[in-house]
Design a protein around this ligand. Structure first.
Ligand SMILES: *Cc1c(COP(=O)(O)O)cnc(C)c1O
Length: 369
């Protein structure tokens, strides 16, 4: 018998658990992690190399601990794209929005406190809650994956969570949450207990609707988290950020590790932010492909959830894992998020999407015979 995790004195709440892991398989068409399928444009790659070379000359020193220049540029990007004025004091950045969420839970959750999410939703919210010893409450969703406001309000009143997560557009289902719903949940959360409401807008650039950034006005307990991993096509960079009242930005600095954002990360992100137009160039094309996936999947006879993101949830399958395997056998990797009877596919290049559609057409035919 070999020595394993269970032989170590790990925390009780981690025993028997498995780590987050979308399979990273080497197959021709990978449409399972909602990445942008297009590599960065060459001009941007050159600019990154330039800025990183400059940063390398100072690597004997710690980086700017407060990432002031980067936060200033992120605030400008948010202001320019939403029309809602924000400045450096409203913005905080970290290594991916997952780290932003971890810092929020370290600050506002923790032992003896709870967080709620409306599931199925982004599984990392619950996993980061567990990692920070924050109790996790799985809130309800309707059969059609929309949030039932009265049921959600009741759950908040009953559990009085310290942190409320709302993902819009939601992952893995794809549907956006209306602003009125977010406002109702925010008000319910404030009535139950002054708690933080975290709106995860990882996919907002792909949405038919607008960002909820204007809701920050007059709501110091509201936080909007964003990432450069999806629409910006920079998942490998690891850069996430939040917009909120300056007091929230002050609060998360109580838990952030000193110099958490390396000089190389800051230089790379700054180079990327000089090129937001080129970075976001593919968003319109991906939205068109997303809409095509929805239409064609429906034409094939699948049940498809409305999508405001760069991915589409489809079904139903009697056994979604078996269907996932059949699609994989045809060289296409999609995602089985554990939502019964459903799978999720990320919008890829037109050629990748064609390959996917050919594969599911065959699987559907088999299913029907
Ligand atoms: C992909 C995703 C993120 C992004 O995480 P990063 O750490 O920024 O790569 C955050 N929230 C949701 C809902 C996601 O799907």
């Amino acid at each position: 018998m070999t020595f394993g995790i269970d032989d170590l004195p790990v925390r009780d709440e981690l025993r028997g658990k498995s780590p987050y892991g979308a399979p990273q398989l080497d197959v021709p068409v990978r449409l399972n992690t909602n990445e942008n399928p297009y590599p960065l444009p060459e001009a941007l790659v050159e600019r990154i190399a330039e800025r990183v070379r400059e940063a390398a000359r100072d690597l004997n020193r710690y980086p700017d601990r407060d990432a002031v220049e980067l936060r200033t540029r992120l605030a400008e990007y948010l202001t320019n794209t939403s029309g809602h004025p924000l400045d450096v004091s409203n913005v905080w950045a970290a290594n991916g929005s997952n780290e932003v969420i971890q810092q929020l839970l370290q600050t506002f959750g923790g032992p003896g406190r709870t967080a709620i999410g409306f599931e199925p939703s982004y599984s990392m919210h619950g996993l980061i809650a567990r990692g920070t010893n924050t109790g996790w409450i799985s809130g309800p969703r309707r059969e059609d994956f929309t949030i039932d406001v009265s049921a959600a309000e009741r759950a908040i009143a009953e559990h009085r969570p310290d942190v409320v997560f709302v993902t819009t557009p939601n992952n893995p289902t794809g549907n956006a949450v209306p602003a009125e719903t977010v406002l109702a949940l925010h008000d319910a959360a404030q009535a139950a207990k002054p708690s933080m409401v975290v709106v995860d807008e990882a996919y907002i650039e792909f949405s038919h609707g607008a960002s909820l950034l204007p809701l920050l006005d007059g709501r110091p307990n509201l936080v909007i988290s964003r990432t450069m991993s999806k629409a910006f096509g920079a998942a490998g960079l690891r850069l996430g950020y939040l917009a909120a009242h300056p007091a929230v930005v002050d609060a998360v600095q109580l838990v952030r590790l000193p110099y958490h954002l390396s000089a190389v990360t800051q230089a790379t992100a700054l180079a990327a932010l000089e090129h937001t137009d080129t970075l976001l160039k593919y968003v319109d094309q991906l939205k068109t492909e997303r809409d095509r996936l929805v239409a064609e999947l429906r034409a094939i006879g699948f049940e498809v959830t409305e999508s405001d993101a760069n991915f589409v949830q489809f079904g139903r399958f009697a056994d979604s894992h078996a269907a996932w395997q059949k699609i994989l056998d045809r060289g296409v990797l999609v995602r089985d998020n554990g939502v019964p009877g459903r799978l999720r596919v990320s919008a890829g290049t037109p050629e990748e999407n064609d390959a996917f559609l050919d594969a599911v057409r065959e699987v559907k035919k088999e299913q029907n015979t």
